[in-house]
Design a protein around this ligand. Structure first.
Ligand SMILES: [Zn+2]
Length: 221
């Protein structure tokens, strides 16, 4: 288990699983929701999705990913109540591409949800987990174009690959959004390990694995 290296604001369990973790160390898989950029409150029946939050202690929520970025957020609401979220951010989720109602990608929506509930973005601790990093994330120009629509885009996020096709720095793109949203850079605990580079540790869809996934999960308490 890879644990974000940042001090949480309240008692918290969280982590990014690897292929070395036994199944019993992972959240129970109950339902696979595909909301693309939707953020929903978790319940006893729904503990897995593309964007979940909870303020309930002891409810472990998570996202399962192979190359996409698992995003974990934790912060107090206005009255001090702990709030946590787990988000699944591939390039579609990160950009909000194809989701007309979303008004931005899943990180923007997740932080927006926290603000709506009375949270201050500067109080969030945040971590991006292992994912396909810029070294391996070759994409089409349409992906770059989708990312370019975000107000936090800068050209340093497009890396020229060895084949001449572009690579997208998805962690960097999400980080640019996070800072744009007012998250505190000293409260970031991301684990920047590339899923394609580390077959000994991580599952990768891009590398040809169709079933293996790792969890990004979080639980208050
Ligand atoms: Zn790599």
């Amino acid at each position: 288990m890879l644990i974000p290296e940042v001090h949480p604001p309240f008692p918290l369990s969280w982590g990014f699983s690897t292929r070395l973790d036994p199944p019993e160390a992972l959240p129970v898989r109950r339902l696979n929701q595909v909301h693309r950029c939707g953020i929903v409150e978790a319940s006893e029946a729904v503990v897995e999705g593309d964007g979940l939050w909870t303020a309930s202690p002891g409810l472990r929520i998570g996202v399962r990913v192979a190359d996409c970025v698992p995003v974990l957020l934790a912060g107090p609401l206005m009255n001090g109540t702990p709030w946590v979220a787990a988000l699944h951010a591939g390039w579609r989720g990160a950009t909000g591409h194809g989701d007309q109602e979303s008004g931005g990608g899943i990180l923007r929506r997740g932080v927006g949800c926290y603000c709506t509930l009375g949270g201050d973005p500067a109080n969030l601790v945040w971590a991006f987990g292992p994912a396909i990093l810029a070294c391996h994330f070759e994409v089409g120009e349409e992906v770059i174009e989708a990312a370019r629509q975000d107000s936090a885009w800068h050209d340093g996020l497009r890396v020229e690959g060895p084949s001449g096709r572009p690579h997208l720095d998805l962690h960097g793109f999400l980080r640019a959004q996070a800072l744009d949203l007012g998250l505190n850079p000293t409260r970031e605990g991301s684990v920047a390990i590339c899923t394609v580079c580390r077959p000994d540790l991580l599952h990768s869809y891009r590398r040809g694995e169709t079933t293996g996934r790792q969890w990004g999960w979080i639980e208050i308490g």
